[in-house]
Design a binder for this molecule. Sequence first.
Ligand SMILES: Cc1cn([C@H]2C[C@H](O)[C@@H](COP(=O)(O)OP(=O)(O)OP(=O)(O)O)O2)c(=O)[nH]c1=O
Length: 191
Amino acid sequence: MTPQLVLASASPRRSELLRQIGIRHLIHAVDIDETPWPGESPLAYVERVASEKSAACRALRGDALPVLAADTSVVCDGEIMGKPENGRHAARMLTRLSGREHQVYSAVSLRGDGHWQAVSVSRVKFRCLSEAEIGAYWDSGEPRDKAGGYAIQGLASIFIESITGSFSGVMGLPLFETAQLLAKQGIRVIA
Ligand SMILES: Cc1cn([C@H]2C[C@H](O)[C@@H](COP(=O)(O)OP(=O)(O)OP(=O)(O)O)O2)c(=O)[nH]c1=O
């Protein structure tokens, strides 16, 4: 089947979410420097990184397929939390998220006939987590490659008291916003 676009992402979650809405895609992950600039806001950061991912992928490919990329950051007290480097780092992150609300920013960038971007911001409330739970959660392997050290779609669902915003956005690709961008490129999810 002919692909409709290239997904510039190594995240299996993003591919799974695109499959969920029936978008046929190839995967061409890119490696870019994801260090935030000094004083960069979370919104500016996710927009810039998603845009750099799609631009890098476009530059590497010789075909005319549209390129979709995304970036997801967990934000607590205005601070961007990346992926945990080890168990201690993950424990610090989850202790910080315990018993309170944080935000998840997910930017999408689509490069085809034009360049279109969108950002989804969600609020996620965690219940209080015990030290034992945090340790056992790390041992499950789930936090390793996830922003903020948790996965809403996995075991961490039992930590989440409430969410306001986009479930798919927290998981890595906000599908409402993605479908709106795809329509601009003439790619329809349903008629
Ligand atoms: C908060 C949260 C993040 N995540 C994941 C989605 C992303 O894969 C990852 C955020 O890191 P990103 O840097 O956005 O993406 P990535 O490095 O995994 O992939 P690529 O840059 O190649 O596109 O965290 C979940 O799967 N569930 C969650 O609940």
